[in-house]
Design a protein around this ligand. Structure first.
Ligand code: TYM
Length: 329
């Protein structure tokens, strides 16, 4: 493990994790474990910024832990922990909210605008300040790189600004991190409305494939996925976004190159392409779910406890310094 570079990323336990979350973010993580110090969090305090059921949240925290493990994250190599179990995250979020985070910047966040919609003044403050908590997650561990999907790039940019402002005011305190975003697959789109990103909180479950979907249901979702006009298989993300998205999913889950797929499907129609893609998705999900189902709740809980101890040790050390720097110690 190379201690000189730290990677941090996380997923919030709200909704069913989709192949979008997997392709865009989680699938990048396992190969980083042998090179860097990796910290992966189940960022549960981010999940309470919108309506949720406590029972469901409790269940999803363990579910995401198992999803990390089934994806190949090895607790012997990486720290896997629950954000709320390390209270320094919320402590640092408060401090960053008072030094480095401007209201004007938070108002620009696309995710806030999308989620709050017309109700910007009547949603809870947590939805608005959520990116500051995300900045705290990242900065607490002197993170250099944050592997995320395209939609989180803006939050990492904001984290950089917050870190720089804090450093300017108090002297060098935080590492300024950068986002790592895939060239292909960083934004998997909805299967029903391919101009929107695939989202675990979407109301139409046909728009996404959950990592834990029943295999036959998942295959049907692929067969029902909207396609663009035209009949040939070609990659054109501007004019044929639906097909481009399906090609991306095929390439990522089937371990293939898009130009090669386009070549292989010359002269074949959408029907055949989708049938094959449904099989690729089915195979991926079957393998994934076999691994997932073999992990017990007890095992997942033990992983979280060990991760908590490791993350806490790092977070406590960092916060001792930060408390001194800002003058409360
Ligand atoms: P979240 O939980 O919404 O998503 C988890 C990860 O999945 C990526 N993702 C996608 N990638 C490709 N295509 C999609 N359709 C798609 N949908 C989601 C996201 O970009 C993300 O990487 N705020 C974060 C969680 C977070 C975090 C952090 C991440 C909190 N603190 C610190 C990194 C570092 C979020 O809500 O992600």
């Amino acid at each position: 493990m190379n201690q000189s570079k730290t990677i941090f990323s996380g997923v919030k336990p709200s909704g069913d994790l989709t192949i979008g979350n997997y392709i865009g973010a989680i699938s990048q993580w396992p190969e980083m474990q042998d090179k860097y110090r990796c910290i992966f969090s189940i960022v549960d305090y981010h999940a309470i910024t919108v309506k949720y059921q406590p029972e469901e949240l409790r269940k999803r925290i363990l579910e995401i832990t198992k999803i990390y493990l089934a994806s190949g994250i090895d607790p012997k190599k990486s720290i896997i922990f629950q954000q709320s179990a390390v209270p320094e995250h919320t402590e640092l979020a408060w401090i960053l909210g008072c030094s480095g985070s401007y209201i004007a910047d938070l108002k620009k966040m696309t995710q806030f605008k999308d989620k709050a919609g017309e109700k910007q003044n009547s949603v809870f403050v947590g939805l608005f300040t959520y990116p500051v908590l995300m900045a705290a997650d990242i900065l607490l561990y002197d993170t250099q790189a944050v592997p995320v999907g395209d939609d989180q790039k803006q939050h990492v940019e904001l984290t950089r600004d917050i870190a720089k402002r804090f450093n300017n005011k108090y002297g060098p305190s935080f590492v300024v991190p950068e986002a790592i975003v895939r060239k292909e697959g960083a934004r998997i789109m909805s299967l029903t409305e391919p101009i929107k990103k695939m989202s675990k909180s979407a109301s139409n479950s046909n728009s996404y494939i959950s990592l834990l979907d029943d295999i036959e249901v998942a295959k049907k979702k692929i067969m029902k996925a909207v396609t663009d006009s035209g009949t040939n298989i070609d990659y054109d993300s501007a004019d044929r976004p639906a097909l481009a998205n399906l090609l991306t999913i095929y390439a990522q889950l089937g371990n293939r190159q898009i130009p090669r797929l386009v070549k292989d499907y010359q002269g074949k129609g959408y029907g055949e392409f989708k049938k094959d893609l449904a099989e690729i998705v089915a195979k991926f999900l079957t393998d994934f779910q076999n691994k997932f189902n073999n992990i017990s709740n007890k095992e997942a809980q033990a992983v979280l406890e060990s991760g908590r101890q490791q993350a806490s040790a790092l977070a406590q050390m960092k916060m001792e310094k930060i408390r001194k720097v800002i003058g409360v110690r």
